[in-house]
Ligand binder design. Sequence first.
Ligand SMILES: C[S@@+](CC[C@H](N)C(=O)[O-])C[C@H]1O[C@@H](n2cnc3c(N)ncnc32)[C@H](O)[C@@H]1O
Length: 231
Amino acid sequence: MPEGKRVQEMFSGIAGKYDLLNHLLSGGMDFYWWWRMARASGAAKGKRLLDVAAGTGDSSIALARRGSEVISTDFTHAMLRLGPMKFRQKKLESHIWASSGADAQALPFRNAAFDGITICYGIRNVENRAKAYAEFLRVLKPGGQLTILEFSTPVIPGFRGLYTWYSLQVLPRIGAMISGDKSAYTYLPESIRGFPDQRNLAREMEAAGFKGVHWTNLTGGIVALHVGTKT
Ligand SMILES: C[S@@+](CC[C@H](N)C(=O)[O-])C[C@H]1O[C@@H](n2cnc3c(N)ncnc32)[C@H](O)[C@@H]1O
């Protein structure tokens, strides 16, 4: 089965439990990480942002809270369809539009349409990241910014061991228990381990053509925020 289809099926299977597991497994840190992402993204009134791999929309909510217009998009319909109810509950429905069917590697948007692109915990799942970066550059306006929020490599040695134990032993068990899908929460730590660390992700963004690439570690590097600009 193609990798993209496998990822879609996995997220379709856990969509209903995704939010609960996010909050539980991160100990509530997920809200803080989205808040930092939104602050770094340049989201503000008058800015039009594309939130790629937006899932159930919490990343888009963090952006809209700063007054920007957000297109919330994902290629898994079962995830994306859960967003609009939350947007209405938070009275942000006039700021966020959910647009389904958009694969990060072939975005259905015109050139230079957005002031910023964000992708939170999504780039790790994209099969061909070079293709996605090329699409991000195409739909960004000159001067527009790509902001990536992604699990990364903890930078504090003792803490790294503890985190590895948690992600390999505790997280898959809780994930399987609640979602009923053992493989999805085994895949999570495996995909994090197979993903470039902070420096290598920055190099990858530079190689794709982004300028001024830099990153910030959050919570000891469990997640990192990478930012790069289209010139
Ligand atoms: C871990 S969820 C993240 C959702 C949301 N951004 C958040 O912060 O909670 C990852 C999402 O990436 C989406 N995804 C993975 N690969 C994708 C691709 N190639 N194009 C579009 N979406 C993709 C999945 O469907 C899933 O909803």
